[in-house]
Design a binder for this molecule. Structure first.
Ligand code: GUN
Length: 295
């Protein structure tokens, strides 16, 4: 079997078109959704993520307030900026790009963001809301993965899902979302990580495999059940002398071999990545609607 490719770019484009319509309608009511984007330092991957987020905002009519700060920025100055945006009625979402430089306490900064402007869904209040199934902002990458599955017609009802990776940004929240008692949940979820014994045995059981380990080659064809759905969240730079910039992007899945065994698979790039940014736009628009009393 050769897998059908899930086209993240096309799914994201369809969702962004819907969001653009919503923003246009909000503007007729005098509401422009606003996102504050804060990047501290010059990490190249973070710079390219932030640029992509700002570009996506502009494309659908969201106002973005771009803040690129030097690596030496103090924790106090960063906290003061977050506070200023918490109080700014033009701003409905605050995104602090992670990782932060070592001298800044990441947890302290995330806690300082007003949970009702926390469009990344990283504040412990939103994490708690998600775990108990209350309304709140869902973190963008796992929410993007969920939307990809749903919009590709994959049923989660009783499905065996194996997630490889237990990060706070992907693995842990995704596991929580997929076990919720809801039509968009009801899966049986196993979370594997670096200390898991017999990774292959777990993955072989899965109807749906989600790779979010941050390491190329984590999921190989031998591990995957024939006909499984494979979602690759990994974004890894590997050296490639044939490329102008000297590297290419690969996921955590051995794509060429696994696509011969899976029923559906996401590519890297062009898979989960475009969906992540789309969910950030979604959260920002929802936040603006909420602030205007429209939800
Ligand atoms: N760093 C890597 N992924 C993310 C993300 O989704 N949001 C933020 N703020 N930082 C990140």
């Amino acid at each position: 079997m050769t897998a059908q490719i899930i086209d993240g770019k096309a799914l994201a484009a369809a969702m962004r078109a819907e969001l653009k319509d919503t923003v246009t309608k909000l503007k007729t009511k005098g509401i422009t959704p606003g996102l504050a984007v804060i990047l501290v330092g010059q990490d190249p991957a973070s710079q390219s993520y932030v640029t992509a987020k700002e570009k996506a905002c502009a494309e659908i009519g969201i106002y973005s307030d771009d803040n690129r700060l030097p690596a030496e920025t103090s924790e106090a100055d960063l906290l003061a900026l977050v506070k200023r945006f918490n109080a700014d009625p033009k701003i409905h979402g605050i995104l602090v790009q992670l990782p932060l430089p070592k001298h800044i306490d990441e947890d302290k900064v995330l806690l300082a963001i007003d949970p009702d402007k926390d469009v990344d869904g990283f504040h412990p209040v939103n994490v708690g809301r998600m775990v108990v199934g209350q309304k709140g902002f869902l973190p963008c990458t796992p929410h993007g993965v969920l939307q990809m599955l749903l919009r590709s017609g994959v049923s989660l009802e009783g499905a065996e899902v194996v997630i490889v990776g237990r990060s706070n940004i992907v693995g842990k929240p995704l596991a929580n979302m997929l076990i919720q008692k809801s039509p968009t949940g009801n899966a049986t979820v196993t979370v594997c990580h670096t200390r898991t014994k017999h990774l292959a045995e777990h993955v072989q059981r899965a109807d749906i495999v989600i790779a979010a380990a941050g390491r190329p080659g984590t999921v190989t064809a031998e591990m995957v059940k024939a006909g499984a759905v494979v979602i690759d969240v990994g974004v890894n730079r590997v050296e490639d002398a044939t490329k102008k910039n000297g590297y290419r992007l690969v996921g955590d899945v051995d794509f060429e071999a696994v696509k011969e065994k899976a029923s559906l698979i996401t590519p890297v790039p062009g898979g989960v990545g475009p969906m992540t940014i789309t969910m950030l736009l979604h959260n920002t628009v929802q936040s603006a609607r909420q602030a205007a009393g429209l939800l």
